[in-house]
Every structure is written in C-alpha cells, then in structure tokens.
Design a protein around this ligand. Structure first.
Ligand SMILES: Cc1cc2nc3c(=O)[nH]c(=O)nc-3n(C[C@H](O)[C@H](O)[C@H](O)COP(=O)(O)OP(=O)(O)OC[C@H]3O[C@@H](n4cnc5c(N)ncnc54)[C@H](O)[C@@H]3O)c2cc1C
Length: 482
C-alpha cells in the first residue's frame, strides 16, 4: 500500500480517484464472483498519461489492472483482494479519432463504448459489425483485450479479424504505435495480435484502428423452430448457399432456455406458433444495391421445410419485430438469473460437431446432474455453445452448484478435451479459468506464454494473476482426462 501511495503522490490529482464509493463498482466482477480491493482508480486523459502511470508503477513494482466496462465473465478486470494494485480506466479516452470511408477504417480511443463506435460508423453509412449483449457498457479496449466474439462472427469474424492496428503502452512504459490501418503488412511479427486477447497482461491498449464494412442495404431476420440439433449445420450450409454467404448470425436457442425466460417474463411472447425443442435465430444481410435477399431466403425456407428440418418460422416484417426477436436472444442469460443462476460452460467444438457435443453433454448432465436443468444456447455458427447447468426448481442453489462443479463440469470439460474443443470459446481465461488451463491447456503453449510474459513484463506489473498462472515457468505434467 505504501508503494501505491508513492505512485499516487507523483501523479496529477486530476487523474486519481480515491473515493471508495466509486472504486467499489470496479472491485467486484460482473457475475459477483470475485471481490477485490484497490486504493485508487486512475483515469488518464491521454496515451502520454497512461505511459507515465505504467512507468511509475514499474519503478515502484505496483500491479496495474486495466478496466474497461467491467463486463468480463472471468474476473479479468477485478484486482486482487490485497488492495495493492491500481485500477486504470480509459473512460476519459473516448474520442473517435477518425472515420475513413475510403479506407473503410476507423481509428478510436480504447475507452470508446462499443455502441458509440457502431453509431459513429452508421453515421457515415458504414458498419462496424462487432455486436455483443454488453455493447452499451463494454469498451473497445476491453473487446480487443478479450478478443470478443459476439453474434456476427459467423460472417465478419471475431475482434481479431476486425482490428487493423493498435496503439498500446507496453509494461516498460514505451508506446507501441501500430495504428496504421494497413490491410497488408508483413514487416516481421504482428505484435498487435499478441495484445489482442491478452486481457491486459502485456500492456494497455490505448487506441485501435478498426476494419469497417459497407452498411447493409437489406437484411432478413427469422426465428425458426428446428427439428433436431443435427439439422443445425445442414441448415446453416443451405442458408449460406442460398444467400451467397450472407448469413451474419446463426444463434441456437434450446426450448428450455426460451421457456425459462418466457415463464418469468410475462411481457415476452413465444415467437413461433409451432413449438420445438430447438430454435435458431438467423439473420442475413447484404450491402448490395442490386441483389435482394428475399428470394434467397424464401428458397432456403422452402427447402428447409420440404426436408422437414424447419418446423415453423417467423420472419421479422419490421425493425420493431426484428428487435423483438433479438430481444429474446439477448435476454436468455437473464432467464437463467431469474431461475436461480447457472454454472456456465462457454465452450467450442468444430462446427460440424456441435450437435454431437450437445447430445453427449446433455447425456452427462442427465446421468450425473441429479435432476439439474439445462440451458443451451449460443453462437453455433462458430461452434460456440453456452452449455449452462441450473439447479432443479426449489433446490438450494449454492450446495447444488458445488455438486455440479465437482461432478458435472469436469466431465463436460473432459468431453470437450476429447473432442479437441476449447474450454473457453470467447470469454478468455482471466482469473476464473487458470485452473482449467492448468488441466486442459497445452503445456508447451503455457510455457511459451509465460516466457513471453516474463520477457515483456519482467516485473509482472500488468494485470498480475490473470491469464498466465504464477507457476508457469517450467514445463509441468498436466492431467488430460481419460
Ligand atoms: C450481457 C453480456 C453479454 C456478453 N456477450 C458476449 C459475447 O457475445 N461475446 C463475448 O465475447 N463476450 C461477451 N460478454 C463478455 C464481455 O462483455 C466481453 O468480454 C467484453 O469484450 C469485455 O469488455 P469490457 O470493456 O467490459 O472489459 P473489462 O471487463 O473491463 O475487461 C476485460 C479484460 O480486458 C482487460 N482490459 C480492459 N480494457 C483494457 C485496455 N484498454 N487495455 C488492456 N487491457 C484491457 C481487463 O484487464 C480484463 O482483463 C458479455 C458480457 C455480458 C455482461
């Protein structure tokens, strides 16, 4: 704490917040799972001020926790409980530096809200496709640092695919300027890609140049009742074929997830007349001024129904109806909260194995879950499944969750490992998944990550205790479950 004071004493009072009422909202994570402490929140106004903070923290060996919108699902932005780390928020660095319609690029400060970036692109009749349920509170610096995925990755890719360059303050206080929005640049290592997904452990991202797309001229959104999970990927392939790869979202929602939400939300209504165990929210968009999507979607729906894969469907006839359909999808996590919360598994497998994972995973929960309820949904067009497990109605959740974490989660993660999938599809490691990485991660990769971390941040001041486990300096034998 004394050393924190030494850093604070050398900083302009205008960027230091020590009011614990304000700091408190940053010391607990979004899921209320991690609780930390910090003597101060630093709010720099420029890259030079960020560099000064990092330099001072390096001099005094003080840990820094960069915080964006604090929507991380894995405790990535929560400081340690010891109260010996400083929080750094870029909320005052929130300018759109440039929108270039000719380059189809945009350069922004890292503290910009994702929704502000989307709107700034729209104002120029352009489109920034990254889209998450948290977009009104998360910052682009956080999106870059978590390599966020979201609902449009099936067409536009994840954050990594949308970043052309970065500016960042490295752990030694130097500023890496790699902001030029070049489409091709093979001058050695693409260092900005190291910072993407590093969760603040290799530096503080201060600005990003982003890849824009032309704004859609038309889009079609439909909510489909689907026969089986094994129909999901054939349907995606059919839709891609019919529309010429114009599918932008392909979101799976199980009947159980939808029903949990609807039962507790009287204002929402079921979107299809016929019910099924499985639903898909599909959206396609084109920026063509010549081609219409309507005949393509009609052909796709007709073929899907003829083959018995689509049982029923609703096509949004207005922007309001489109928003209503998306509203259902976005509120699915809330449905879980209203039903006592869940143990979340944010996993991915290759897209061709989504149905197999859902089937095998559900069988494991049926066998070992002691009556647990399942809520399965996700970005299945990218092979990303949110496979969440809830306590039975009326059960004492804390004890039940402990049982699930002991008996069910390891079996699900074993299954994912066997299928060569990922135990963290889009939320990262933070502090929540360090142990999983010990068990299921590749030790060679873990060692290389630890080597990179030690080389770039030898004093371990950047977000200590996240992503790279403290012990990861030696190759260790890890358990791969049978
Ligand atoms: C309702 C809801 C829906 C969500 N949906 C999705 C989804 O569909 N897909 C998805 O991928 N995620 C999703 N998330 C998770 C979360 O929103 C994303 O991970 C998001 O990118 C985090 O951004 P943030 O600004 O809130 O970052 P924070 O939570 O503040 O920080 C996340 C990590 O990035 C680091 N960091 C933050 N800013 C910087 C910076 N400028 N420089 C360096 N490091 C930094 C932090 O230290 C931390 O490790 C969702 C979360 C919620 C609450």
């Amino acid at each position: 704490m004394e050393s924190c004071e030494s850093v604070l004493a050398e900083l302009s009072a205008e960027i230091v917040v020590q009011d614990q009422d304000i700091i408190q909202s940053y010391t607990t994570d979004f899921r209320n799972k991690y609780h930390g402490a910090s003597p101060a929140l630093l709010r720099p106004r420029s890259t030079a001020e960020v560099a000064r903070i990092v330099e001072l923290c390096g001099n005094h060996n003080i840990g820094i926790v960069p915080v964006g919108g604090n929507t991380s699902y894995c405790g990535g932005a929560t400081p340690s409980p010891q109260g010996n780390q400083l929080l750094v928020s870029l909320q005052r660095m929130n300018s759109i530096r440039e929108v270039d319609a000719n380059d189809l690029s945009m350069t922004v400060d890292a503290g910009c809200l994702l929704s502000d970036i989307q709107e700034a692109a729209e104002a120029e009749k352009l489109f920034f496709p990254l889209s998450l349920g948290s977009q009104k509170s998360c910052q682009i610096g956080g999106n870059v640092s978590t390599n966020a995925g979201g609902v449009s990755a099936v067409r536009y890719g994840i954050t990594r695919d949308l970043v052309l360059g970065l500016e960042a303050v490295l752990p030694n206080g130097q500023i890496l300027n790699n902001l030029a929005p070049l489409r091709k640049d093979n001058r050695g290592y693409a260092l900005h890609h190291l910072l993407i997904g590093a969760e603040g452990t290799l530096g503080i991202v201060t600005a990003a140049s982003l890849r824009l797309h032309r704004a859609p001229t038309s889009q079609v959104t439909a909510f489909l009742a689907v026969r089986e999970t094994s129909d999901l990927m054939p349907l995606l392939a059919m839709a891609q074929g019919a529309t010429g790869e114009a599918v932008t979202s392909f979101e799976y929602i199980s009947h159980a997830s939808l029903q949990m939400l609807l039962n507790k939300s009287p204002g929402l209504r079921h979107p299809t007349e016929e019910q099924s165990k499985h639903y898909v929210l599909i959206e396609a968009a084109t920026s063509s001024t010549v081609h219409s999507l309507d005949p393509a979607i009609e052909a796709f729906l007709e073929a899907g129904m003829e083959q018995g894969m689509i049982l029923d469907g609703t096509i949004a006839a207005s922007e309001k109806q489109r928003m209503d359909l998306w509203n259902l999808r976005e509120h699915i996590p809330e449905g879980e909260v209203l039903n006592g919360g869940s143990i979340k598994h944010d996993v991915s497998v290759r897209v061709s194995q989504v149905a197999q994972f859902i089937e095998l995973g559900s069988a494991l929960v049926a066998q070992y879950g002691q009556g647990a309820r399942l809520s399965i949904y996700g970005h299945v067009g990218d092979g990303n499944i949110h496979f969440n497990v809830l306590a039975p109605e009326g059960a004492e959740t804390n004890a039940f969750f402990e049982m699930l974490e002991a008996e069910v989660s390891p079996r699900l993660y074993d299954l994912i490992a066997k299928m060569d999938g990922s135990f963290s599809a889009e939320y990262g490691l933070g502090q929540d998944k360090l142990m999983l990485n010990e068990i299921y991660g590749d030790p060679v990769k873990a060692n290389l990550m630890a080597t990179l971390k030690a080389a770039t941040d030898p004093k371990n001041i950047m977000n200590p205790g996240k992503v790279v486990a403290p012990r990861q300096h030696q190759t260790q034998e890890v358990r791969i479950c049978a």
